[in-house]
Design a protein around this ligand. Structure first.
Ligand SMILES: Cc1cc2nc3c(=O)[nH]c(=O)nc-3n(C[C@H](O)[C@H](O)[C@H](O)COP(=O)(O)OP(=O)(O)OC[C@H]3O[C@@H](n4cnc5c(N)ncnc54)[C@H](O)[C@@H]3O)c2cc1C
Length: 430
């Protein structure tokens, strides 16, 4: 099954990347001199910028991103527990510049869909024929009663955007004494990286088992179920005594009282439906919504996410503006980096087609999410997606999750995870 899954993925990748070859190669381009402005130089935005330039070098692509360096969220859980260096998840924009992308470091403050211009905090205005927006997520801090943005940036970190918070959470774990309690509050659906909180709980447990064995991890969750649950629980039982009296790691789902009703961020005391606990390290991953600029630009629906045409990723609310990555409504695709990368290639093809007056080929997408349960034991979930009746659907029989525990296979899955990381970051930034 694994082999056929990987073959299916290869085919889909070829399908997505092959859009350029399928009637979309630049001839004497009708798109010459057309302007595309991309908001956000994360996984979605950077991929779209690069691939637009690959599809047609005559299109003027401007990428606007405030940060000079981008830190990937993927593999940041390994940084938090000291399994990987922060420098290994840091990427710059020299590669995109070499593709001819005009990289501007500034913050976009408004997108005018009618006047077709993007405005920045630095006081600049950038005209566009098409705009692609990939701002990632923002947090609903007040959805956790008692929580605040200030607490999220100082004491009760989320570390759900990689960067200073990744290092700060690492330090909190290092400073915690043996016998301490780490409480992780998981967010409700939908959120960035569905298996991410559970990988974090796993890796923190592995770190504590090795370095502070009298400590505990309690995960409180408003949901009854989560991604790759069977595989995680199997691993937690094997390594962290899950389900036993003295378990190092405990997960309490929504149906067992895991929903948090109040936090006191000064004392790190959490009240949940099933009880009260005071944490030494309190990692609150708040409920999420599309990045702020998507709200300012009128791209979000009443749930806080951006509805799009699934073939082109053009906003259904604002013509000429496309939204990709975590901010877009692309379910059944998850809010993952691999999905953002795949969506960006399809979106770049759609924008090229629109600017050059061509038809766009039928798209397909792919996603794989790896999670490390303990260094040396990783699992994955994968899927290929197609367009059916204008909607993204999961291709039947294309994906699946890792098989039953086999130590050799799990070691290999960890190698695949690290190799995927090298490949995707090279695909996005080089
Ligand atoms: C702990 C963790 C582990 C993860 N692991 C995986 C994994 O193993 N595999 C996987 O596929 N995914 C993983 N993800 C998810 C992945 O990181 C995201 O899905 C991905 O980054 C989404 O890409 P994006 O382009 O939508 O957003 P981002 O990559 O966050 O990029 C958004 C960019 O927009 C910029 N921006 C925001 N507002 C503005 C503005 N107003 N003007 C200009 N720029 C702006 C930001 O500075 C940022 O650089 C993980 C996430 C977390 C938190």
């Amino acid at each position: 099954m694994l082999l056929s899954r990987r073959n299916a993925i290869k085919t889909a990748v070829a399908g997505a990347a092959g859009l350029a070859a399928m009637g979309m190669m630049p001839l004497a381009s009708a798109a010459a001199g057309k302007k595309v402005v991309i908001v956000g130089g994360g996984i979605g935005g950077a991929t779209a910028a690069k691939y637009l330039r690959i599809y047609d070098k005559t299109i003027e692509v401007t990428l606007i991103e405030p940060n000079v360096d981008y830190y990937t969220c993927f593999m940041s859980n390994e940084v938090i527990v000291g399994e990987r260096k922060m420098s290994s998840i840091k990427f710059g924009y020299a590669g995109l510049k070499a593709h001819g992308v005009n990289v501007v470091h500034d913050l976009v403050t408004d997108i005018d869909a009618v006047g077709k211009a993007v405005k920045t905090k630095g006081g600049q205005s950038y005209a566009f024929d098409r705009c692609i927006v990939s701002p990632g997520v923002d947090f609903k801090y007040d959805a956790v009663p008692g929580h605040s943005e200030e607490a999220a940036n100082t004491t009760c970190l989320h570390a759900w955007k990689a960067g200073p918070q990744t290092e700060a959470l690492k330090k909190q774990l290092e400073d915690m004494s043996d016998g301490g309690t780490v409480v992780i509050i998981a967010p409700p659906d939908p959120f960035r990286c569905p298996p991410g909180p559970y990988e974090r709980a796993s890796l923190i447990s592995a770190y504590l088992k090795k370095n502070k064995p009298n400590s505990k991890v309690l995960m409180l969750d408003p949901k009854d179920k989560f991604s790759k649950q069977g595989l995680f629980i199997d691993g937690w039982t094997r390594y962290y005594g899950y389900g036993t009296e003295g378990a190092m790691l405990k997960w309490i789902g929504g149906d067992k009282g895991g929903k948090v009703t109040k936090v006191d961020t000064a004392t790190k005391t959490v009240t949940y439906e099933g009880g009260t606990i005071t944490a030494d390290v309190l990692n609150i991953i708040p409920p999420q919504k599309a990045g702020k600029i998507a709200v300012t630009a009128g791209l979000v629906d009443d749930k806080g996410w951006c509805p799009v045409n699934h073939k082109t990723f053009e906003s259904t609310l604002k013509a000429g503006i496309h939204v990709i990555g975590d901010a877009s409504v692309a379910a059944p695709m998850p809010k993952s980096g691999y999905a953002a990368n795949s969506e960006a290639k399809v979106c770049a093809a759609a924008v090229f087609a629109a600017l050059s007056g061509r038809d766009m080929a039928e798209p397909s997408w792919v996603n794989t999410c790896y999670s490390v349960i303990k260094p040396g034991d990783a699992i994955s979930v994968a899927n290929v997606y197609a367009l059916k009746d204008g909607k993204i659907v999961s291709v039947e029989g294309s994906g699946g999750v890792s098989g039953k525990f086999d130590p050799e296979m799990r070691k290999r899955e960890e190698m695949y995870a690290h190799s995927w990381f090298n490949n995707i970051t090279s695909d996005v930034f080089n």
